[in-house]
Design a protein. Structure first.
Length: 574
Protein backbone atom coordinates (compact mmCIF):
# COMPACT_ATOMS: atom_id res chain seq x y z
CA UNK A 1 0.00 0.00 0.00
CA UNK A 2 1.24 3.48 -0.85
CA UNK A 3 2.07 5.94 1.91
CA UNK A 4 0.81 9.53 1.89
CA UNK A 5 2.25 11.92 4.44
CA UNK A 6 -0.42 13.44 6.75
CA UNK A 7 0.94 16.90 5.98
CA UNK A 8 -2.07 18.96 7.05
CA UNK A 9 -2.29 17.33 10.47
CA UNK A 10 1.45 17.63 10.97
CA UNK A 11 1.47 21.33 10.11
CA UNK A 12 -1.42 21.88 12.50
CA UNK A 13 0.41 20.07 15.32
CA UNK A 14 3.62 21.99 14.64
CA UNK A 15 1.78 25.30 14.75
CA UNK A 16 -0.59 24.66 17.64
CA UNK A 17 1.16 22.14 19.87
CA UNK A 18 4.81 23.00 19.28
CA UNK A 19 4.05 26.72 18.88
CA UNK A 20 6.45 27.13 15.96
CA UNK A 21 5.55 30.80 15.37
CA UNK A 22 6.57 31.64 18.92
CA UNK A 23 9.82 29.73 18.47
CA UNK A 24 10.53 31.56 15.22
CA UNK A 25 10.26 34.87 17.06
CA UNK A 26 13.57 34.02 18.74
CA UNK A 27 16.67 34.97 16.72
CA UNK A 28 18.07 31.43 16.98
CA UNK A 29 15.07 29.96 15.15
CA UNK A 30 14.18 32.94 12.96
CA UNK A 31 14.59 30.84 9.82
CA UNK A 32 11.57 28.73 10.82
CA UNK A 33 9.13 30.99 8.99
CA UNK A 34 5.69 29.69 8.02
CA UNK A 35 6.86 29.21 4.43
CA UNK A 36 9.95 27.31 5.55
CA UNK A 37 7.93 25.09 7.89
CA UNK A 38 5.42 24.15 5.21
CA UNK A 39 8.21 23.58 2.67
CA UNK A 40 10.00 21.19 5.03
CA UNK A 41 6.87 19.27 6.01
CA UNK A 42 5.69 18.94 2.42
CA UNK A 43 9.18 18.19 1.10
CA UNK A 44 10.06 15.44 3.55
CA UNK A 45 6.59 13.96 3.14
CA UNK A 46 7.09 13.68 -0.60
CA UNK A 47 10.63 12.36 -0.17
CA UNK A 48 9.55 9.70 2.32
CA UNK A 49 6.67 8.59 0.13
CA UNK A 50 8.84 8.48 -2.98
CA UNK A 51 12.11 7.05 -1.67
CA UNK A 52 11.64 5.24 1.67
CA UNK A 53 8.09 3.87 1.39
CA UNK A 54 8.67 1.75 -1.74
CA UNK A 55 11.43 -0.10 0.14
CA UNK A 56 9.35 -0.95 3.21
CA UNK A 57 7.90 -4.23 2.00
CA UNK A 58 11.10 -5.23 0.24
CA UNK A 59 13.13 -4.60 3.35
CA UNK A 60 10.75 -6.73 5.40
CA UNK A 61 10.87 -9.63 2.96
CA UNK A 62 14.60 -9.62 2.16
CA UNK A 63 16.04 -8.10 5.33
CA UNK A 64 19.62 -7.19 6.14
CA UNK A 65 22.26 -9.84 5.34
CA UNK A 66 25.59 -10.55 7.04
CA UNK A 67 28.41 -12.21 5.11
CA UNK A 68 32.13 -12.14 5.88
CA UNK A 69 31.65 -9.45 8.51
CA UNK A 70 29.80 -7.11 6.15
CA UNK A 71 26.11 -6.25 6.43
CA UNK A 72 24.33 -5.39 3.20
CA UNK A 73 20.83 -4.07 2.57
CA UNK A 74 18.46 -4.88 -0.29
CA UNK A 75 18.80 -3.09 -3.61
CA UNK A 76 17.57 0.50 -3.46
CA UNK A 77 18.53 1.26 0.14
CA UNK A 78 21.92 2.74 -0.69
CA UNK A 79 20.45 5.00 -3.37
CA UNK A 80 17.64 6.18 -1.09
CA UNK A 81 20.03 6.94 1.76
CA UNK A 82 22.38 8.80 -0.58
CA UNK A 83 19.46 10.95 -1.76
CA UNK A 84 18.49 11.60 1.86
CA UNK A 85 21.98 12.89 2.65
CA UNK A 86 22.37 14.88 -0.56
CA UNK A 87 19.06 16.69 -0.05
CA UNK A 88 20.14 17.77 3.45
CA UNK A 89 17.35 16.14 5.46
CA UNK A 90 19.71 14.81 8.13
CA UNK A 91 21.02 18.31 8.82
CA UNK A 92 17.71 20.09 9.50
CA UNK A 93 18.30 20.70 13.22
CA UNK A 94 22.09 20.35 13.19
CA UNK A 95 24.30 23.11 14.55
CA UNK A 96 25.18 25.59 11.81
CA UNK A 97 28.78 25.54 13.05
CA UNK A 98 28.97 21.94 11.83
CA UNK A 99 27.04 22.31 8.59
CA UNK A 100 23.53 22.00 9.95
CA UNK A 101 20.57 24.24 9.20
CA UNK A 102 20.02 25.27 12.83
CA UNK A 103 16.24 24.79 12.69
CA UNK A 104 14.14 23.72 15.69
CA UNK A 105 14.17 20.12 16.91
CA UNK A 106 10.44 20.15 16.19
CA UNK A 107 11.18 20.07 12.45
CA UNK A 108 13.75 17.30 12.83
CA UNK A 109 11.02 15.34 14.62
CA UNK A 110 8.82 15.83 11.59
CA UNK A 111 11.55 14.53 9.30
CA UNK A 112 11.78 11.36 11.37
CA UNK A 113 8.01 11.02 11.63
CA UNK A 114 7.64 10.90 7.87
CA UNK A 115 10.65 8.66 7.29
CA UNK A 116 9.49 6.22 9.97
CA UNK A 117 5.89 6.09 8.79
CA UNK A 118 7.21 5.33 5.32
CA UNK A 119 9.77 2.76 6.50
CA UNK A 120 10.29 2.29 10.22
CA UNK A 121 13.26 -0.08 9.95
CA UNK A 122 15.16 2.23 7.59
CA UNK A 123 14.45 5.33 9.69
CA UNK A 124 16.32 3.81 12.63
CA UNK A 125 19.57 4.59 10.80
CA UNK A 126 19.25 8.40 10.97
CA UNK A 127 17.48 8.17 14.33
CA UNK A 128 20.50 6.58 16.04
CA UNK A 129 22.81 9.12 14.44
CA UNK A 130 20.86 11.86 16.23
CA UNK A 131 21.80 10.34 19.58
CA UNK A 132 25.49 10.28 18.66
CA UNK A 133 25.33 13.90 17.53
CA UNK A 134 23.69 14.97 20.79
CA UNK A 135 26.27 13.16 22.93
CA UNK A 136 29.24 14.64 21.08
CA UNK A 137 27.67 18.10 20.93
CA UNK A 138 27.12 18.17 24.71
CA UNK A 139 30.10 16.19 25.98
CA UNK A 140 32.74 15.90 23.25
CA UNK A 141 35.92 17.96 23.12
CA UNK A 142 36.24 20.75 20.52
CA UNK A 143 38.60 18.50 18.57
CA UNK A 144 36.15 15.58 18.61
CA UNK A 145 33.31 17.86 17.58
CA UNK A 146 35.30 19.30 14.67
CA UNK A 147 36.37 15.83 13.54
CA UNK A 148 33.09 13.95 13.79
CA UNK A 149 30.11 16.29 13.85
CA UNK A 150 30.21 17.69 10.28
CA UNK A 151 29.97 14.20 8.75
CA UNK A 152 27.42 13.00 11.31
CA UNK A 153 25.26 16.10 10.88
CA UNK A 154 25.27 15.69 7.10
CA UNK A 155 24.54 11.97 7.42
CA UNK A 156 27.63 10.97 5.42
CA UNK A 157 28.62 9.02 8.53
CA UNK A 158 26.18 7.28 10.84
CA UNK A 159 26.28 6.84 14.60
CA UNK A 160 25.36 4.14 17.09
CA UNK A 161 24.92 3.66 20.82
CA UNK A 162 26.70 0.63 22.29
CA UNK A 163 25.26 0.16 25.76
CA UNK A 164 23.82 -3.34 26.17
CA UNK A 165 25.83 -6.48 26.93
CA UNK A 166 24.67 -10.08 27.33
CA UNK A 167 24.76 -9.85 31.14
CA UNK A 168 23.91 -6.13 31.34
CA UNK A 169 20.59 -5.13 29.80
CA UNK A 170 18.84 -2.25 31.54
CA UNK A 171 21.47 -2.44 34.31
CA UNK A 172 24.28 -0.74 32.40
CA UNK A 173 26.35 -0.62 35.58
CA UNK A 174 26.95 -4.38 35.17
CA UNK A 175 28.84 -3.94 31.91
CA UNK A 176 32.23 -5.61 31.45
CA UNK A 177 33.66 -3.93 28.36
CA UNK A 178 37.01 -2.43 29.27
CA UNK A 179 39.03 0.61 28.20
CA UNK A 180 42.75 0.62 28.91
CA UNK A 181 45.07 3.62 28.32
CA UNK A 182 47.41 3.17 25.36
CA UNK A 183 49.82 5.86 26.49
CA UNK A 184 49.17 8.23 23.60
CA UNK A 185 45.88 9.74 24.78
CA UNK A 186 43.78 7.00 23.22
CA UNK A 187 42.29 3.89 24.80
CA UNK A 188 42.22 0.20 23.93
CA UNK A 189 38.61 -1.02 23.90
CA UNK A 190 37.75 -4.67 24.47
CA UNK A 191 34.35 -6.32 24.91
CA UNK A 192 31.09 -7.42 23.34
CA UNK A 193 27.89 -5.42 22.86
CA UNK A 194 24.51 -6.77 21.79
CA UNK A 195 21.36 -5.31 20.23
CA UNK A 196 23.33 -2.59 18.40
CA UNK A 197 20.95 -1.05 15.90
CA UNK A 198 22.60 -0.41 12.52
CA UNK A 199 25.93 -1.40 14.11
CA UNK A 200 27.26 -2.50 10.74
CA UNK A 201 26.03 -1.65 7.22
CA UNK A 202 27.17 -0.52 3.81
CA UNK A 203 25.22 2.74 3.41
CA UNK A 204 27.43 5.33 5.15
CA UNK A 205 31.13 6.04 4.69
CA UNK A 206 31.93 5.47 8.34
CA UNK A 207 30.11 4.31 11.48
CA UNK A 208 30.85 6.23 14.67
CA UNK A 209 30.24 3.95 17.63
CA UNK A 210 29.72 5.47 21.05
CA UNK A 211 30.74 2.74 23.49
CA UNK A 212 30.26 2.51 27.25
CA UNK A 213 33.23 0.86 28.97
CA UNK A 214 34.95 0.59 32.33
CA UNK A 215 38.43 2.00 32.92
CA UNK A 216 41.04 0.48 35.29
CA UNK A 217 40.20 1.12 38.93
CA UNK A 218 36.77 2.55 38.12
CA UNK A 219 34.13 2.44 40.87
CA UNK A 220 31.67 -0.44 40.75
CA UNK A 221 28.26 -0.03 39.19
CA UNK A 222 27.00 2.81 37.04
CA UNK A 223 29.30 5.34 38.77
CA UNK A 224 32.28 3.70 37.09
CA UNK A 225 31.33 3.79 33.43
CA UNK A 226 32.88 6.03 30.79
CA UNK A 227 31.95 6.81 27.20
CA UNK A 228 34.24 6.43 24.19
CA UNK A 229 34.02 7.28 20.52
CA UNK A 230 35.12 4.24 18.54
CA UNK A 231 34.89 4.66 14.74
CA UNK A 232 34.65 1.78 12.29
CA UNK A 233 37.43 3.46 10.31
CA UNK A 234 39.98 5.51 12.22
CA UNK A 235 39.84 9.19 11.33
CA UNK A 236 42.97 11.17 10.51
CA UNK A 237 43.45 14.72 11.86
CA UNK A 238 42.38 16.16 8.50
CA UNK A 239 39.09 14.23 8.62
CA UNK A 240 40.03 11.65 6.02
CA UNK A 241 39.60 7.96 6.73
CA UNK A 242 42.43 5.79 7.94
CA UNK A 243 42.62 2.02 8.46
CA UNK A 244 39.80 -0.20 9.68
CA UNK A 245 39.52 -0.29 13.46
CA UNK A 246 39.63 -3.59 15.35
CA UNK A 247 35.89 -4.11 15.65
CA UNK A 248 33.44 -6.33 13.83
CA UNK A 249 29.87 -7.48 13.59
CA UNK A 250 29.74 -11.07 14.83
CA UNK A 251 26.08 -11.71 13.98
CA UNK A 252 22.76 -10.04 13.35
CA UNK A 253 19.61 -10.95 15.22
CA UNK A 254 16.69 -12.80 13.63
CA UNK A 255 13.79 -10.71 14.85
CA UNK A 256 10.01 -10.44 14.93
CA UNK A 257 10.05 -7.25 12.85
CA UNK A 258 12.13 -4.32 11.54
CA UNK A 259 13.93 -6.84 9.31
CA UNK A 260 15.77 -4.20 7.30
CA UNK A 261 17.35 -2.76 10.46
CA UNK A 262 20.48 -4.80 11.23
CA UNK A 263 20.52 -5.49 14.98
CA UNK A 264 24.13 -6.45 15.58
CA UNK A 265 26.31 -8.27 18.06
CA UNK A 266 29.50 -6.19 18.02
CA UNK A 267 32.93 -7.39 19.13
CA UNK A 268 35.60 -4.83 20.00
CA UNK A 269 39.31 -5.62 20.30
CA UNK A 270 39.53 -9.21 19.12
CA UNK A 271 43.13 -8.44 18.15
CA UNK A 272 43.73 -6.08 21.10
CA UNK A 273 43.92 -3.15 18.70
CA UNK A 274 40.55 -1.41 18.95
CA UNK A 275 41.20 2.31 19.44
CA UNK A 276 38.80 4.70 21.13
CA UNK A 277 38.82 8.23 22.49
CA UNK A 278 37.35 9.21 25.84
CA UNK A 279 34.34 11.53 25.63
CA UNK A 280 34.33 13.94 28.54
CA UNK A 281 35.90 12.66 31.75
CA UNK A 282 36.38 9.20 33.17
CA UNK A 283 33.43 7.79 35.11
CA UNK A 284 31.04 10.35 33.61
CA UNK A 285 29.66 8.09 30.92
CA UNK A 286 26.27 7.93 32.61
CA UNK A 287 25.73 11.65 32.07
CA UNK A 288 26.55 11.36 28.37
CA UNK A 289 24.44 8.21 28.11
CA UNK A 290 21.40 10.02 29.43
CA UNK A 291 21.91 12.73 26.80
CA UNK A 292 21.78 10.05 24.12
CA UNK A 293 18.91 8.20 25.75
CA UNK A 294 16.74 11.29 26.22
CA UNK A 295 16.97 12.08 22.52
CA UNK A 296 16.35 8.46 21.61
CA UNK A 297 13.32 8.16 23.89
CA UNK A 298 11.60 11.09 22.22
CA UNK A 299 12.35 9.63 18.83
CA UNK A 300 11.13 6.18 19.85
CA UNK A 301 7.88 7.74 21.09
CA UNK A 302 7.77 9.28 17.63
CA UNK A 303 7.97 5.75 16.21
CA UNK A 304 4.71 4.92 17.90
CA UNK A 305 3.11 7.80 15.99
CA UNK A 306 4.79 6.64 12.80
CA UNK A 307 3.61 3.05 12.85
CA UNK A 308 0.14 4.10 13.99
CA UNK A 309 -0.16 6.47 11.03
CA UNK A 310 0.93 3.80 8.56
CA UNK A 311 -1.42 1.18 10.02
CA UNK A 312 -4.29 3.68 10.07
CA UNK A 313 -3.79 4.57 6.42
CA UNK A 314 -3.77 0.94 5.35
CA UNK A 315 -6.84 0.07 7.43
CA UNK A 316 -8.74 3.09 6.14
CA UNK A 317 -8.12 2.19 2.51
CA UNK A 318 -9.05 -1.45 3.10
CA UNK A 319 -12.25 -0.53 4.94
CA UNK A 320 -13.36 1.71 2.06
CA UNK A 321 -12.67 -0.96 -0.56
CA UNK A 322 -13.80 -4.16 1.18
CA UNK A 323 -17.52 -4.81 0.53
CA UNK A 324 -19.25 -7.25 2.85
CA UNK A 325 -22.78 -7.56 4.29
CA UNK A 326 -25.57 -5.05 4.52
CA UNK A 327 -25.43 -2.43 7.23
CA UNK A 328 -27.52 -3.70 10.13
CA UNK A 329 -29.22 -0.37 10.73
CA UNK A 330 -29.56 0.57 7.06
CA UNK A 331 -32.66 0.51 4.89
CA UNK A 332 -31.01 -1.41 2.04
CA UNK A 333 -30.07 -5.07 2.11
CA UNK A 334 -27.29 -4.51 -0.41
CA UNK A 335 -23.75 -5.24 0.81
CA UNK A 336 -21.75 -2.15 1.76
CA UNK A 337 -18.11 -1.28 2.28
CA UNK A 338 -17.15 -2.43 5.76
CA UNK A 339 -16.43 1.18 6.75
CA UNK A 340 -20.23 1.56 7.03
CA UNK A 341 -20.51 -1.01 9.83
CA UNK A 342 -20.62 0.43 13.38
CA UNK A 343 -17.83 -1.69 14.82
CA UNK A 344 -15.46 -0.84 11.99
CA UNK A 345 -16.35 2.82 12.48
CA UNK A 346 -15.52 2.38 16.17
CA UNK A 347 -12.12 0.90 15.40
CA UNK A 348 -11.23 3.49 12.76
CA UNK A 349 -12.25 6.40 14.94
CA UNK A 350 -10.26 4.98 17.85
CA UNK A 351 -7.24 4.47 15.60
CA UNK A 352 -7.47 8.02 14.33
CA UNK A 353 -7.96 9.57 17.77
CA UNK A 354 -5.03 7.66 19.22
CA UNK A 355 -2.79 8.50 16.26
CA UNK A 356 -3.63 12.19 16.21
CA UNK A 357 -3.50 12.38 20.01
CA UNK A 358 -0.03 10.84 20.14
CA UNK A 359 1.09 13.19 17.36
CA UNK A 360 -0.19 16.17 19.37
CA UNK A 361 1.77 14.92 22.39
CA UNK A 362 4.88 14.42 20.24
CA UNK A 363 4.92 17.99 18.93
CA UNK A 364 3.98 19.49 22.29
CA UNK A 365 6.99 17.69 23.76
CA UNK A 366 9.23 18.79 20.87
CA UNK A 367 8.15 22.40 21.35
CA UNK A 368 9.04 22.24 25.03
CA UNK A 369 12.45 20.78 24.13
CA UNK A 370 13.05 23.69 21.76
CA UNK A 371 12.11 26.18 24.47
CA UNK A 372 14.51 24.43 26.80
CA UNK A 373 17.24 24.94 24.21
CA UNK A 374 16.42 28.66 24.40
CA UNK A 375 17.15 28.58 28.17
CA UNK A 376 13.53 28.34 29.31
CA UNK A 377 14.10 26.30 32.47
CA UNK A 378 10.41 25.68 33.18
CA UNK A 379 9.87 24.36 29.64
CA UNK A 380 12.89 22.05 29.95
CA UNK A 381 11.59 20.61 33.21
CA UNK A 382 8.20 20.05 31.63
CA UNK A 383 9.84 18.43 28.62
CA UNK A 384 11.74 16.08 30.92
CA UNK A 385 8.43 14.99 32.46
CA UNK A 386 6.77 14.56 29.08
CA UNK A 387 9.50 12.31 27.66
CA UNK A 388 8.54 9.14 29.59
CA UNK A 389 4.86 9.76 28.81
CA UNK A 390 5.59 10.09 25.10
CA UNK A 391 7.94 7.14 24.91
CA UNK A 392 5.71 4.78 26.89
CA UNK A 393 2.21 5.74 25.80
CA UNK A 394 3.26 6.63 22.25
CA UNK A 395 4.74 3.18 21.66
CA UNK A 396 1.82 1.44 23.37
CA UNK A 397 -0.44 3.33 20.97
CA UNK A 398 1.65 2.18 18.02
CA UNK A 399 1.04 -1.43 19.05
CA UNK A 400 -2.67 -0.92 19.69
CA UNK A 401 -3.34 0.89 16.43
CA UNK A 402 -1.35 -1.66 14.43
CA UNK A 403 -3.34 -4.43 16.13
CA UNK A 404 -6.62 -2.73 15.30
CA UNK A 405 -5.39 -2.42 11.73
CA UNK A 406 -4.97 -6.18 11.55
CA UNK A 407 -8.44 -6.60 13.06
CA UNK A 408 -10.06 -4.41 10.42
CA UNK A 409 -8.49 -6.56 7.72
CA UNK A 410 -10.00 -9.65 9.36
CA UNK A 411 -8.37 -12.89 8.26
CA UNK A 412 -6.48 -11.03 5.55
CA UNK A 413 -4.74 -9.06 8.28
CA UNK A 414 -3.24 -12.22 9.74
CA UNK A 415 -1.54 -13.21 6.50
CA UNK A 416 1.53 -11.45 5.18
CA UNK A 417 0.16 -10.59 1.74
CA UNK A 418 -1.69 -7.44 2.81
CA UNK A 419 1.20 -5.94 4.79
CA UNK A 420 -0.93 -5.21 7.85
CA UNK A 421 0.96 -7.87 9.82
CA UNK A 422 4.28 -6.14 9.14
CA UNK A 423 3.14 -3.00 10.93
CA UNK A 424 2.11 -5.09 13.93
CA UNK A 425 5.45 -6.92 13.97
CA UNK A 426 7.48 -3.75 13.49
CA UNK A 427 5.62 -1.90 16.23
CA UNK A 428 6.32 -4.43 18.97
CA UNK A 429 9.98 -3.53 19.52
CA UNK A 430 9.30 0.11 20.36
CA UNK A 431 7.88 -0.46 23.89
CA UNK A 432 11.05 -2.44 24.68
CA UNK A 433 14.08 -0.54 23.51
CA UNK A 434 15.68 2.67 24.81
CA UNK A 435 14.38 1.70 28.24
CA UNK A 436 11.27 -0.48 28.47
CA UNK A 437 7.98 1.27 29.08
CA UNK A 438 8.03 0.03 32.66
CA UNK A 439 11.35 1.83 33.10
CA UNK A 440 9.82 5.00 31.61
CA UNK A 441 6.95 4.83 34.11
CA UNK A 442 9.39 4.23 36.96
CA UNK A 443 11.38 7.29 35.86
CA UNK A 444 8.19 9.36 35.92
CA UNK A 445 7.23 8.42 39.50
CA UNK A 446 10.74 8.61 40.93
CA UNK A 447 13.05 11.19 39.35
CA UNK A 448 10.45 13.30 37.53
CA UNK A 449 7.88 13.25 40.34
CA UNK A 450 10.49 14.91 42.52
CA UNK A 451 10.98 17.92 40.26
CA UNK A 452 10.21 20.96 42.44
CA UNK A 453 8.71 18.61 45.07
CA UNK A 454 6.05 17.53 42.60
CA UNK A 455 5.37 21.07 41.43
CA UNK A 456 6.28 20.50 37.78
CA UNK A 457 3.71 17.74 37.37
CA UNK A 458 1.00 19.31 39.53
CA UNK A 459 1.26 22.60 37.62
CA UNK A 460 0.96 20.70 34.33
CA UNK A 461 -2.23 18.93 35.42
CA UNK A 462 -3.66 22.09 36.98
CA UNK A 463 -3.14 23.89 33.67
CA UNK A 464 -4.90 21.10 31.78
CA UNK A 465 -7.85 21.13 34.19
CA UNK A 466 -8.22 24.90 33.92
CA UNK A 467 -7.97 24.89 30.13
CA UNK A 468 -10.41 22.01 29.54
CA UNK A 469 -13.66 23.43 30.89
CA UNK A 470 -15.15 22.54 27.48
CA UNK A 471 -14.01 18.92 27.91
CA UNK A 472 -15.03 17.90 31.44
CA UNK A 473 -13.74 14.34 31.02
CA UNK A 474 -10.23 15.67 30.42
CA UNK A 475 -10.48 18.16 33.28
CA UNK A 476 -11.54 15.33 35.59
CA UNK A 477 -8.69 13.11 34.37
CA UNK A 478 -6.17 15.89 34.98
CA UNK A 479 -7.60 16.33 38.47
CA UNK A 480 -7.18 12.62 39.13
CA UNK A 481 -3.55 12.82 37.95
CA UNK A 482 -2.85 15.79 40.19
CA UNK A 483 -4.30 13.91 43.16
CA UNK A 484 -2.13 10.87 42.42
CA UNK A 485 0.98 13.04 42.29
CA UNK A 486 0.17 14.40 45.75
CA UNK A 487 -0.56 10.90 47.12
CA UNK A 488 2.66 9.49 45.68
CA UNK A 489 4.68 12.37 47.04
CA UNK A 490 3.21 12.41 50.55
CA UNK A 491 1.94 8.93 51.44
CA UNK A 492 3.00 6.19 49.05
CA UNK A 493 6.07 4.05 49.61
CA UNK A 494 8.57 3.60 46.80
CA UNK A 495 7.10 0.14 46.10
CA UNK A 496 3.61 1.66 45.99
CA UNK A 497 4.70 4.31 43.52
CA UNK A 498 6.40 1.77 41.28
CA UNK A 499 3.41 -0.58 41.46
CA UNK A 500 1.15 2.20 40.19
CA UNK A 501 3.63 3.76 37.80
CA UNK A 502 2.43 2.27 34.51
CA UNK A 503 -1.28 3.14 34.92
CA UNK A 504 -0.31 6.60 36.19
CA UNK A 505 1.99 7.15 33.20
CA UNK A 506 -0.83 6.18 30.85
CA UNK A 507 -3.30 8.50 32.60
CA UNK A 508 -0.82 11.37 32.42
CA UNK A 509 -0.08 10.90 28.74
CA UNK A 510 -3.76 10.65 27.85
CA UNK A 511 -4.49 13.85 29.78
CA UNK A 512 -1.78 15.80 27.95
CA UNK A 513 -2.61 14.33 24.53
CA UNK A 514 -6.33 15.02 24.93
CA UNK A 515 -5.60 18.58 26.05
CA UNK A 516 -3.44 19.19 23.00
CA UNK A 517 -6.15 17.78 20.72
CA UNK A 518 -8.63 20.22 22.27
CA UNK A 519 -6.21 23.05 21.46
CA UNK A 520 -6.09 21.89 17.84
CA UNK A 521 -9.88 21.78 17.62
CA UNK A 522 -10.14 25.30 19.05
CA UNK A 523 -7.57 26.58 16.57
CA UNK A 524 -9.76 25.34 13.72
CA UNK A 525 -13.06 26.53 15.25
CA UNK A 526 -15.14 28.52 12.82
CA UNK A 527 -13.49 27.06 9.74
CA UNK A 528 -15.81 25.31 7.31
CA UNK A 529 -13.29 22.73 6.19
CA UNK A 530 -13.10 18.92 6.27
CA UNK A 531 -10.08 19.16 8.58
CA UNK A 532 -11.94 21.35 11.08
CA UNK A 533 -14.99 19.09 11.10
CA UNK A 534 -12.90 15.94 11.52
CA UNK A 535 -10.75 17.43 14.27
CA UNK A 536 -13.81 18.41 16.30
CA UNK A 537 -15.10 14.85 16.17
CA UNK A 538 -11.69 13.29 16.88
CA UNK A 539 -11.04 15.56 19.88
CA UNK A 540 -14.54 14.90 21.21
CA UNK A 541 -14.13 11.13 20.84
CA UNK A 542 -10.77 11.26 22.59
CA UNK A 543 -12.19 13.16 25.54
CA UNK A 544 -15.38 11.14 25.90
CA UNK A 545 -13.96 7.67 25.26
CA UNK A 546 -10.20 7.53 25.74
CA UNK A 547 -9.94 10.02 28.62
CA UNK A 548 -12.91 8.43 30.38
CA UNK A 549 -11.32 5.03 29.93
CA UNK A 550 -8.03 6.32 31.38
CA UNK A 551 -9.82 7.56 34.51
CA UNK A 552 -10.59 3.93 35.24
CA UNK A 553 -6.87 3.36 35.84
CA UNK A 554 -6.90 5.47 39.01
CA UNK A 555 -7.70 2.47 41.20
CA UNK A 556 -4.70 0.60 39.77
CA UNK A 557 -2.42 3.61 40.15
CA UNK A 558 -3.23 3.97 43.84
CA UNK A 559 -3.72 0.32 44.90
CA UNK A 560 -0.21 -0.04 46.26
CA UNK A 561 2.18 -2.97 45.99
CA UNK A 562 0.91 -5.34 48.71
CA UNK A 563 -1.09 -7.58 46.36
CA UNK A 564 1.93 -8.00 44.07
CA UNK A 565 3.81 -9.62 46.96
CA UNK A 566 0.94 -11.70 48.32
CA UNK A 567 2.61 -14.72 46.70
CA UNK A 568 6.29 -15.46 47.10
CA UNK A 569 8.43 -15.75 43.97
CA UNK A 570 8.20 -19.55 43.83
CA UNK A 571 4.41 -19.57 44.16
CA UNK A 572 4.00 -16.77 41.62
CA UNK A 573 6.13 -18.47 39.01
CA UNK A 574 4.99 -22.01 39.83
Amino acid sequence: MDFTAPTADQVLAIKVNAGIDELAAHPRFAAASPDMVEAIVEGIGQFAAGEFAPLNRKGDQEGAKLANGTVTLPDGFAEAYRAYVEQGWNAVAGDEAHGGQGLPFTLAANVLENLGAANMAFSLLPMLTVGAIDALAHHGSPQQQALYLPKLVSGEWSGTMNLTEPQAGSDVGALRTTATPRGDGTWSIKGTKIFITWGEHDLAGNIVHLVLARTPGAPAGSRGISLFVVPKYLVKPDGSLGPRNDLRCVSIEHKLGIMASPTCVMSFGDNDDCIGELIGHENEGLKAMFTMMNSARINVGNQGVQIAERALQQARYYARDRVQSARAGGASREPVAIIEHPDVRRMLLRMRALTEGSRALLYYTAGQVDRGALSDVAAQLRADCLVPMLKAWGTDIGCEVASLGVQIHGGMGFVEETGAAQHYRDARIAPIYEGTNGIQAADLVTRKLGYEQGGVLTSLFAEIAADCADAPELAALAGDCEGIVRWMGAEASLDDRLAGSVPFCTMSAVAVAGWQLQRQARALAGEDTPQAKAKTVVARYFAQHIASEARGLKAQATAGADLFYALDAEALAG
